[in-house]
Design a protein around this ligand. Sequence first.
Ligand SMILES: *Cc1c(COP(=O)(O)O)cnc(C)c1O
Length: 442
Amino acid sequence: MHYYSTNGKAPLATLEKAVVKGLAEDKGLYMPERINPLPKEFFDEMSQMTFQEVAFRVAQSFFGEDIPADDLKRIVYDTLAFDCPIVKVEENIYSLELFHGPTLAFKDVGARFMARLLQYFSSPTGEAGRGVVNVLVATSGDTGSAVANGFLGVEGIHVYVLYPKGKVSPIQECQFTTLGQNITAIEVDGVFDDCQALVKNAFMDAELNQHMRLTSANSINVARFLPQSFYYFWAVAQFMKMRCSENEKMRKSLVCCVPSGNFGNICSALFGKRMGLPISRFIAANNRNDVFYEYLQTGEYRPRPSVQTLANAMDVGDPSNFARIYDLYGKSHEAITKDISGATYTDEQIAETIRQCLKETGYQLDPHGACGYRALKEQLRPGEVGFFLETAHPAKFKDTVEAITGQPVAIPDRLAAFMRGQKQSIPMTKDFKDFKSYLLSQ
Ligand SMILES: *Cc1c(COP(=O)(O)O)cnc(C)c1O
């Protein structure tokens, strides 16, 4: 299968090139040239399958032409070493919990898949086999830890994590600054968008690319974002397994709400829908960084600098994957608004939602999931059943959440282990010249 650029000016790429390069030559994002619908039999059988079996089937549809079945199966099964359960929160509202992986956020899925795929391509004959591959990743909080942990100790790969100084929580920070080995954390004096700009500039810099092999592990990478579709299929399979009398109705009226920042997560759900996934419509929940919400209302996409919020992993002012969604829907605002509605919440509303949900249902939301829960609750119509994505464990935002609810949040063991490590990071300005000379010295 080939991959084209959303900007339409770069040559078609193989899967390997799309994964190793990350971004196309014309600065566009790679898109698979076909989205293969899955057969009806698959959907009929899905309720009998495990998460890994469902995911492998979906993976074959994207990657089956390029990776032998045995290798792909190993990559998928290794990636999904944890569950993504559907949990009932209240009548008609369910949470798809995506925080059961090693770094307690949904990005574990894409990051683990990409690390394994890159390792697969690093075989002596592969394109990536010619020397160390340097993975550059900008993070607003959770990407860095997921990518760093996904790649930790993988031979032939070095990871540079760029993060905005003072703008990620201490718990998030320790998940990528304490690892050592093949992971380097770079603390940028700026905001997330500055980190993202440094990474994008590095990929465009000819001299730097001659000096070292660079690749991206942001959600712009097809190896990160396509595997995220796995858990949408698994969510539907779990609804089917419930076998309640409402099953048929549920399949016809299932609504999915995604707390969104860079829009990689919801984008993979939209690909799933193209493959036949029975989800009737989507809600993209934003915090005050609501450029997409505004686009839905006005038809105009006006990126602007991000502002800091309680749901910091969604503090994105110019979501990269907008280009993919726009392309997927043939640049039609009408088509996009037919499938997706939006929502936007202030910090006060996020806090109020966390408090209210805990009090009324006993379910502990994190600030991102809170946007999703609230948007779903506000927009669910009679006869519909919905699920929102709980994109991170509330313990990742322990101080914030405890201050809001007044109740303690227990820290899972795998998170506590990171907090005992020693922070190591390289301070950096947001000036590309400085970043470039640092990389050239490596
Ligand atoms: C990254 C992240 C998001 C936003 O996901 P996108 O794919 O960038 O839209 C939401 N919640 C959490 C906890 C995240 O880490």
